[in-house]
Design a binder for this molecule. Sequence first.
Ligand SMILES: C[S@@+](CC[C@H](N)C(=O)[O-])C[C@H]1O[C@@H](n2cnc3c(N)ncnc32)[C@H](O)[C@@H]1O
Length: 283
Amino acid sequence: MTQLLSGNSLVDSLEISDDGLTAISMILDERRNFSMSMYKDKCMKRRIAIRMRSCRCHNATEYCNLLQQSEQELDLLKKALTIHVSQFFRNPSMFEKLQTVILPHLFQKAAAERKKLRCYSLGCAGGEEAYSLGIILREYYSRQLLYTPVEICAFDIDSDILHAAARAEYNDDRLKDLSDSFRDRYFAPNGHRMQLSAEIRDMVSFHLHNIMDVATFDPCQLVLCRNTLIYFTRQDQEKILRGIAHILPPGGILVLGKSETVVGEVRQLFATICPVERLYRRL
Ligand SMILES: C[S@@+](CC[C@H](N)C(=O)[O-])C[C@H]1O[C@@H](n2cnc3c(N)ncnc32)[C@H](O)[C@@H]1O
């Protein structure tokens, strides 16, 4: 009968109890120093169920046994829990607002204060978001770059994805929102993939960090934190947002993903610039 169910139904049919989740989480913590406690249980259970299904494990006990024996499965589970979906110019209208409204203001402020402009991509996955910002800066702000140095730092918790981000080779699906002219100018074929030019690669540095510790990062003027908060518990979303508020000076900009919003008391510290694009200004 299960053979006839759709893929999703099979995943749903693998129930993981809270105890099962705790057992898996303890193994991952012990063997990979990776804490699942910050993420929403429902998200974690769903992703674990997908791994269990592909390993043909029928319950959490079987899966724990497998995890105890297999280094490879530990790596695969960790990867599955930190989903890396991204693409260049994801939500193009947000990048348009960034280019036309936000960056002029940030450059003006940085020039007036004779400061460099530091921008962060938190939960950067394969670097698509940080590099998209780099392309905009190179295309539209090359004159300003002569006077105001810009630093783009991208952070993720997964070292493998950061290495891939630094290589900057992408399959076509990651480039589908890219205009033909940007594609021609900034990418070259490399086997069956496309590689980003060194000119843009060199604008971004990648760092292995947990964004739960964002309050300890150096101050910056622009934070892109899109499609990452959504996986965290409400309490940890608030902690991350408090940390971001801490490192953003007044006038600094926060950008969230389309289905994310500023939650908790920290709302008082941000003004909404554009609710549709989830753009906020630090007060
Ligand atoms: C869905 S991707 C978002 C990519 C990009 N920001 C975007 O919107 O296209 C989420 C990323 O957050 C990273 N991530 C998850 N938990 C994290 C944490 N605690 N600290 C840093 N990065 C984290 C994952 O590894 C993953 O690469």
